[in-house]
Design a protein around this ligand. Structure first.
Ligand code: FAD
Length: 469
């Protein structure tokens, strides 16, 4: 059996591309989806804490911006499968949606399994052949399609990969012509533990390298590298931060809402510090350090600052403004009102009115004011110390979590080598990439799944509609 299209990876990107490829194909039964886990969508199930924040309700231009410098790569796929289309697509599959705070879109049921089940139903309806517990080990290309030669290339042989490089030296156009000459060609041979699968088109949607227990162990990077593609440096994106201080670890479990969290770098022997980023929203203290949306969204910048300055001594500080809605003057007025209304009450009582309970001991220690000191006895200078703490609660950040611990992987298949309108490789005709395997990572809020839906959709459609082939 020679399949029209094989898809490696049964995550969001792989599932949607298989559905589209089968929908576009003259013979839907000729689409095969290969997944190494016993079931599809293991990571999808844990997204949004099991609720699946499947997209954002922002405008597509904002999504492009949210992906930073590389975001413009998404223009092509978002113009064909935008977040608005994603919403109607899932509602059409029988998954009603709700938009929550921060324009986050979730299934109304609050259950990610509903999203997965809808996709599985659609895969079955489109007659996609699904192979689970099917780990792809190697991807081979038949070079005679490209060079006119007779040899067979496997991605697991050094010698062959050198030959692949030679072939890549030929002009792209020539290679494209060679493949399209024979529509019956079988350029891809996919080896699993038990068999060889032949396919005319191949979509690699194996995800990144984060949360490897979900199956995303970075296999697609190895396949792509051996096929001549560049894989950019992999690092964690959206990851917790490590704080070793006992004082901060003692706050584990404390969750803060509506705070402003900033990070700054202080270099050895330099007076001035450099502000890295600031974010407003929610964060929490954990037994390892800090986490939560605004920490995750800052982690790439903080991780980069640590990595880029390995040779220079750099200290990274977090600074939390616990009262970002109030100016220092307003805070002083607030404290003075408390003093006037209850002059005999103790400093500790004032702190209870201003801070979460678990921060009180820390505040007493840091402001060096006696817990039982009467409010009338508190000096102006002491009040200023308290205000300084409320507006800039600072601590040292030691590191960011590892790539396996990130919500997404930063880095991946170089976007320069992929056509953004089709997701087709610019090096190997008939080869497509979709989802997190690409060098793209966005913030929290449904952006990363949207990138998987958009790129997966386009890869699935393009490999069948002849665009670029
Ligand atoms: P994956 O979902 O990683 O799927 C890849 C699949 O390929 C896996 O099933 C894997 O088993 C399979 N595979 C890999 N190698 C092979 C092989 N050799 N052979 C066969 N199969 C293979 N994003 C959001 O937008 N919203 C959220 O709410 C959200 N929450 C998240 C929460 C957590 C805890 C995590 C870890 C991530 C979250 N993300 C979220 C990110 C999002 O889940 C990913 O960006 C998305 O799943 C990427 O989809 P994908 O299809 O590219 O890859």
């Amino acid at each position: 059996m020679i399949y029209e299209t094989a898809i490696i990876g049964g995550g969001p990107a792989g599932m949607i591309s298989a559905i589209q490829a089968a929908g576009m194909s003259k013979n839907p039964k000729s689409v095969i989806l290969l997944e190494k886990n016993p079931d599809l969508g293991k990571k999808l199930l844990i997204t949004g804490k099991g609720r699946c924040n499947l997209t954002t309700n922002e405008e597509p231009e904002e999504i492009v911006k949210a992906f930073g410098r590389k975001g413009k790569f998404l223009y092509g796929s978002l113009s064909r499968f935008s977040n608005h289309v994603t919403k109607s697509y899932f509602e059409g599959l029988g998954v009603p949606l709700v938009v929550e705070r921060g324009n986050r879109v979730f299934p109304k049921s609050g259950k990610s399994i509903d999203v997965l089940n809808a996709l599985k139903k659609e895969l079955n309806r489109k007659e996609v052949e699904i192979r689970t517990s099917c780990e792809v080990l190697t991807v081979q290309i038949a070079p005679e399609q490209m060079s006119g030669g007779k040899m067979s290339l496997t991605h697991d042989s050094e010698q062959n990969s050198q030959r692949v490089e030679q072939i890549f030296d030929n002009s792209l156009q020539k290679r494209m012509q060679c493949l399209s000459m024979d529509s019956g060609s079988i350029p891809f041979i996919i080896k699993t533990h038990s068999e060889k699968i032949f396919a005319k088109k191949l979509i690699i949607a194996t995800g990144g390298k984060s949360y490897p227990t979900t199956g995303s162990t970075g296999d697609g990077f190895a396949f792509a590298r051996r096929l001549g593609h560049t894989v950019t440096r992999l690092s964690p994106a959206l990851v917790h931060m490590i704080v070793k201080s006992k004082e901060i670890r003692g706050l584990a479990g404390l969750s803060l809402k509506n705070v402003e969290l900033g990070f700054y770098a202080k270099f050895d022997r330099e007076e001035k510090s450099k502000i890295l980023c600031t974010r407003f929203g929610e964060m929490l203290f954990t037994h390892k350090g800090i986490s939560g949306p605004i920490v995750l969204d800052s982690s790439k910048i903080v991780g980069k600052a640590l990595k880029d300055n390995e040779s220079r001594k750099v200290l990274i500080f977090a600074s939390i403004d616990l009262k970002p809605a109030l100016t220092e003057k307003q805070l002083m007025n607030r404290i003075n009102r408390e003093v006037e209304s209850t002059p005999k009450s103790e400093y500790k009582t004032l702190l209870k009115r201003l801070l979460p309970r678990s921060l009180i001991d820390t505040a007493i220690l840091r402001t060096h004011i006696e817990a039982r000191k009467r409010l009338t006895d508190i000096t102006r200078e002491e009040k200023s110390r308290l205000i300084a703490l409320l507006t800039a609660f600072e601590f040292l950040v030691d590191d960011v979590g590892g790539v396996e611990e990130g919500i997404v992987t930063c880095g991946g298949i170089s976007l320069k080598e992929i056509d953004p309108r089709t997701m087709q490789s610019k090096l190997i005709p008939g080869l497509y990439f979709a989802g997190e395997v690409l060098d793209l990572d966005g913030p929290t809020g449904g952006y990363n799944l949207q990138a998987a839906w958009s790129t997966g959709f386009v890869a699935g459609v393009s490999c069948c509609d002849g665009i670029g082939s």
